[in-house]
Design a protein around this ligand. Structure first.
Ligand SMILES: [Zn+2]
Length: 164
């Protein structure tokens, strides 16, 4: 799962895209996280060559603070690849749903693929009600479709020329 970045890291990338020499404390504040959690995420970016830092001693408080610089072009390309990858997964899921459909009971306590529904003799493993094909499969699955649209929009925005 090395290519998979958790959404927390994506949040850091978004907060830092285009910034130079940004204090890790300011970033932590912007993200609403504590500094240690923020640093862990920053080091992940550093390992991916997406960010570099300089350590400076703060004269007032006497601590060392890291100031981070993000490599904008690489970040955009990276984000684009990451979002594209997620979109692919979602579209695959959408296609699979459209193809085989999902099965759910009237109470909607479980949602099973055909093979699983078959294994349970089309009875809900939770409540025992009969399973029927879920009408909200594939493109009719509104939450899935909304997510696909949202990601497509993000890709479009990232591909748009830089705003002044
Ligand atoms: Zn049920």
């Amino acid at each position: 799962m090395a290519s998979h970045l958790e959404s927390e890291v994506i949040d850091v990338i978004k907060a830092l895209n285009g910034r130079e020499g940004y204090s890790e404390f300011k970033l932590a504040e912007a993200l609403g996280k504590d500094v240690n959690a923020t640093r862990n995420l920053l080091y992940k970016l550093h390992n991916l060559n997406l960010a570099s830092f300089v350590r400076k001693k703060d004269q007032k408080i006497g601590w060392y603070i890291c100031y981070w610089t993000f490599h904008g072009e690489r970040v955009s390309a990276f984000l684009l690849a990451e979002i594209g990858r997620r979109l692919e997964v979602l579209k695959e899921k959408q296609g699979k749903e459209a193809e085989t459909g999902f099965f759910t009971c009237a109470n909607r306590c479980s949602r099973l693929e055909f093979d699983n529904a078959f294994d349970f003799s089309f009875r809900c493993p939770e409540c025992g009600e009969l399973l029927a094909q879920d009408k909200e499969s594939g493109a009719a699955n509104t939450s899935l479709t909304a997510e696909v649209k949202r990601l497509e929009k993000e890709i479009k925005a990232l591909n748009a020329p830089e705003r002044e």
